[in-house]
Write a protein that binds this ligand. Structure first.
Ligand code: NAP
Length: 337
């Protein structure tokens, strides 16, 4: 019996996870197939129920379902319970265990971008979805003393503040309205800026205007596709130290692989597949659209990353051209999201 893992989200076609995980299964000769399931919220419970079947090792969960699936799990790990979001589901007999490997993945990215410098204590987080929750959870456990969350819909950021009420009791965790003047004031006081919104997946779009970026920030953009977002270009120009989302993608994926298979993840193979995907484009994997059927008008069907898209990159301040040999200006047009 071929084992199965699926990515459940809406949309899913842009994801690199299928290529990365399938390469890892194949390298270790594990008889498993990774499929893409595009599911709306109305179909989510049915999709989760299917994961209890004997052929499933588990699943990844992505935009916009990471918070919705929490209540559908039989058990949550500490990271998932702390964040209130699940990005990896592991089947254990008939039971489903919800994990959050984004937390570990983000910590790896934060460590990388800060490097040998002292870990800052003040961060601004843009976004209050599942990824925003994982970022806030990681920053709290890293010992940050002030975290300010901005989100288009303020109530979601306020929900995160309420959620972390106890674990953040010793520090200042605030939700603020997304106004440029407020953002600018907070950015002038912070050392770390994290983009945990999905703004930046389309060409040229950016969550904050370039002129609001002060120099010398550590900037982590969770978006990994495109490799270099407009925010990363602007932050590099402002002499910030910048990292995109690929390291987090790799680290959260490696941990997920280990949970599903019980084997150490072949990280080099997974990285090589991410590099290949950027160079040659996503392999066409059919997207299972579920009961909703056809892709509705105005939405994008299974997409392809254009060949030649720039590799992921750490772009140290002022050194964009040396980061993986790519100029921040050389990023290819963003693929569909
Ligand atoms: P999500 O739960 O759907 O949340 C999306 C976030 O983006 C929300 O804060 C939302 O604000 C905001 N947003 C979306 N469109 C917007 C717009 N037009 N204007 C203003 N705000 C907008 O998604 P998620 O799971 O948190 O993922 C967020 C991003 O992180 C995605 O790009 C995802 O690919 C990336 N990510 C990367 C990794 C990695 O391993 N590198 C891991 C996880 C996530 P509202 O609440 O106001 O709608």
């Amino acid at each position: 019996m071929t084992n199965r893992v699926v990515l459940i989200g809406h949309p899913v076609a842009h994801s690199f996870s299928a290529a990365m995980q399938q390469a890892a299964f194949d390298a270790l000769e594990i008889d498993a197939r990774y499929d893409l399931w595009d599911r709306r919220q109305i179909d989510l419970a049915d999709a989760i129920a299917q994961l209890r079947g004997d052929d499933f090792l588990g699943a990844n969960v992505t935009i916009p379902h990471k918070e919705h699936v929490v209540a559908m799990m039989d058990r949550l790990t500490d990271d998932a319970a702390a964040t209130g979001a699940v990005n990896v589901i592991q089947r254990d007999g008939k039971k489903l265990i919800g994990h959050n490997t984004d937390v570990t993945g983000f910590k790896a990215a934060l460590d990388k971008v800060v490097g040998r410098q002292k870990m800052p204590r003040h961060a601004v987080v843009l976004g209050a979805g599942g990824a925003g929750r994982a970022v806030v959870s990681a920053l709290i456990t890293e010992g940050f003393q002030r975290i300010v969350i901005f989100n288009r819909h303020l109530h979601r950021a306020e929900g995160i503040v309420r959620h972390f009420n106890k674990s953040a009791a010793h520090m200042e965790l605030r939700a603020m309205p997304w106004h440029e003047s407020v953002l600018e004031a907070e950015l002038s006081k912070t050392k770390v800026l994290v983009n945990a919104t999905s703004i930046g997946m389309a060409p040229g779009e950016t969550p904050i205007p370039a002129e609001l970026l002060p120099p010398d920030l550590f900037v982590v953009d969770l978006i990994y596709n495109p490799a270099i977002t407009q925010l990363m270009k602007d932050a590099t120009a402002a002499r910030c130290t910048v990292l995109g989302g690929e390291l987090m993608l790799l680290q959260q994926g490696a941990r997920a692989f280990e949970l599903w298979t019980g084997k150490p993840a072949p990280v080099e193979v997974m990285q090589a597949e991410l590099d290949r995907t950027r160079e040659q484009g996503l392999r066409q994997i059919p997207v299972d659209m579920g009961p909703a059927g056809e892709v509705p008008a105005g939405e994008v069907p299974a997409g392809e990353v254009p060949a030649g898209e720039a590799p992921a990159g750490e772009v140290p301040a002022g050194e964009a051209a040396s980061a993986g040999g790519i100029s921040a200006d050389g990023a290819a047009a963003a693929p569909t999201a």
